[in-house]
Design a protein around this ligand. Structure first.
Ligand code: ADP
Ligand code: MG
Length: 273
């Protein structure tokens, strides 16, 4: 005597109630296969649960990517390490796995002139960390300073800083563009002090520390900020000419080479004539 079939409609309701959309979608097909191939009940249950977990992890990573504000095109796959020979790819790859440095709330500092690839490399590390399950936020430093300043004015700074705590890494892009004469940059110091040895920062800047006196309200605060940032840090000095300029001049050179070889070919044909 066969067991009476379970009411499929009720199953769907229960799966919905338990928020198991993947199992709800997959179970009819899996159950059919299981009946046909005579699977053990544990195999059917295990297969369905594994799919639910995998999809859940995928959705979580998609959510983290969306909240990160990272440029989707600036990844490790599109970064050409040969353009920055002084940057060790192995070192970048170690940072990209997260683990050790994020656990101790360490800092990464990327210095170099405009166009050197700082924002791209910072974003690329951010993407890799999201893939590894971490939460990352990318922001222009001046934008975050404005937000934090507004929070301070409405006496919400502590809760604004606490909200940022959910991010394992905050990428502060273009720190040296934040200017004390344009904004109350002491909130930036508070962010640095708040995250020190707990939550990581990755900072890009055109100017290394020597130019930071224009960022913070007074020299004492500049020294205190730098002191905290360098304590546990990895520094990449990307002193190369602008990638845009180099690729533009490469294109120009190859166009020139192309047209001179065309001319030579023409010359050769002319001579043969
Ligand atoms: P920076 O932040 O140092 O001013 P960006 O990261 O914005 O420079 O780089 C400028 C442009 O050049 C971007 O479009 C970036 O994707 C590209 N770029 C820079 N360096 C590289 C590189 N090593 N490989 C691939 N693209 C690069
Ligand atoms: Mg940049």
């Amino acid at each position: 005597m066969s067991t009476p079939a379970y009411d499929a409609g009720r199953l769907a309701l229960m799966l919905n109630e338990l928020r198991l959309p993947t199992i709800a979608r997959l179970w009819p097909e899996f159950a059919q296969r299981s009946d046909k191939e005579g699977w053990q009940a544990t195999r059917l249950l295990g297969a369905l649960l594994e799919h639910e977990l995998a999809e859940r992890a995928k959705r979580r990573i998609e959510r983290h990517r969306a909240e990160s504000h990272l440029d989707p095109t600036k990844t490790l796959a599109t970064f050409d390490f040969s353009m920055v020979p002084m940057v060790s790819k192995a070192h970048v790859m170690a940072l990209a796995t997260g683990d050790a440095w994020l656990e101790k709330g360490a800092t990464a500092l990327l210095f170099g002139p405009p166009g050197a690839g700082k924002s791209h490399l910072g974003s690329a590390i951010g993407h890799a960390l999201i893939d590894a399950g971490y939460r990352v936020m990318f922001t222009r430093t001046s934008e975050l300073v404005q937000k934090l300043q507004a929070a301070r004015q409405s006496l919400q700074l502590p809760s604004a800083l606490a909200k940022l705590d959910r991010f394992d890494l905050i990428i502060l892009d273009d720190l040296s563009y934040a200017r004390k004469d344009q904004a109350e940059t002491s909130v930036l110091f508070e962010l640095i002090a708040e995250r020190y040895e707990r939550r990581s920062l990755l900072i890009t800047a055109n100017q290394p520390f020597s130019g930071w006196n224009d960022v913070f309200p007074d020299p004492g605060m500049t020294v205190a900020a730098i002191d905290r940032l360098v304590h546990h840090s990895t520094i990449f000095e990307m002193n190369v000419e602008s990638y845009r300029r180099r690729t533009a001049s490469d294109k120009q050179n190859s166009r020139r080479r192309q047209s001179s070889s065309d001319n030579q070919k023409e010359g050769a044909t002319n001579m043969a004539e």
